[in-house]
Design a protein around this ligand. Structure first.
Ligand code: IPE
Ligand code: IPE
Ligand code: MG
Length: 261
């Protein structure tokens, strides 16, 4: 191993300070993957679950701290009822099959999104897996289900308004951090890297607030085909990007040299 360099997998090495702390993924393309194989869309969704498992493992190996996966959007209810039912069944089954093993491997599960629309059975499984005791924390895994970025912001605004009405906060004092406290990812760091598979270049109402300064990465790979090599390509691209946050390139480089030297 090269000193100070983390081998993400064979053939790829990314310096540890260039590994994103938080990756957010829009897992898109299951339906097309199945259609290409002349199979029903459900076949693609099942294959998608395997890709989730592999991605969690790859992220842990790479040293990622937080992974946020978009599993079902607030707009996905508009799909044919049979597909919605299949997706929710698959979600419940996967949760039951995987939650215990994830916990024993140090993966903390959290769900973001509006839960009220789910069955009591599903909500109970979600709550149970969120409260699992971990031997140690290696990865925080957020699953976005019935999630919408606009819903998240509206929900936070409602909570803030309640706090103001109760006299707990002065409306004049409201700033970005007061709203952030009520957003569903709080207190986790914002995503450093956003990945969307499936070839479309859009956010589809994912983490609207949090993506303000996230590096965006789009790949034509369909989600069931997303593997270690595909993740490494994204990590490699991320490592080459310069994040300036409004500053000049010279300022950013000076700050880096200050850290390194
Ligand atoms: C992503 O794959 C999974 C969900 C949105 C639940 P799609 O089902 O959107 O697959 P395509 O985009 O139709 O190929
Ligand atoms: C985004 O995929 C949502 C998830 C991956 C869960 P969609 O397939 O629903 O996105 P659009 O409709 O093509 O924008
Ligand atoms: Mg899609």
């Amino acid at each position: 191993m090269i000193d100070g360099v983390l081998p993400v997998t064979a053939g790829t090495a990314v310096a540890p300070d260039r590994v994103p702390r938080h990756i957010a993924i829009v897992m898109d393309g299951n339906g097309r993957w199945a259609t290409q194989r002349r199979r029903p869309r459900a076949f693609g969704h099942r294959a998608g679950v395997k890709a989730v498992r592999k991605t969690i493992e790859s992220c842990m190996r790479a040293g990622v701290e937080v992974l946020t996966l978009f599993a079902f959007s607030s707009e996905n209810w508009s799909r044919p009822a049979g597909e919605v039912r299949h997706l929710l069944d698959l979600f419940l089954r996967s949760l039951r099959n995987e939650a215990r093993e994830l916990a024993s491997n140090g993966v903390r599960l959290r769900f973001i999104g509006e839960r009220e629309r789910f069955s009591p059975e599903l909500r109970a499984s979600m709550a149970e897996s969120e409260s699992a005791i971990l031997p140690s924390l290696r990865l925080t895994l957020n699953i976005a289900v019935n999630y919408g970025g606009r819903w998240d912001i509206v929900n936070a605004a409602r909570e803030l308004a309640r706090a103001a009405r109760a006299g707990l906060i002065d409306p004049e004092q409201i700033d970005q951090s007061s709203l952030e406290k009520y957003l569903s990812l709080n207190p986790l760091p914002e995503p450093d890297l956003f990945i969307r598979t499936g070839g479309d270049s859009r956010i589809s109402n994912f983490l609207l607030w949090h993506l303000a300064y996230t590096e965006l990465y789009f790949t034509p790979i369909l989600w069931p085909d997303f593997d270690d090599a595909a993740l490494n390509a994204a990590l490699g691209e991320f490592a080459r990007r310069e994040r300036r946050f409004g500053k000049t390139s010279a300022q950013v480089q000076d700050a880096r040299e200050g850290v390194d030297g």
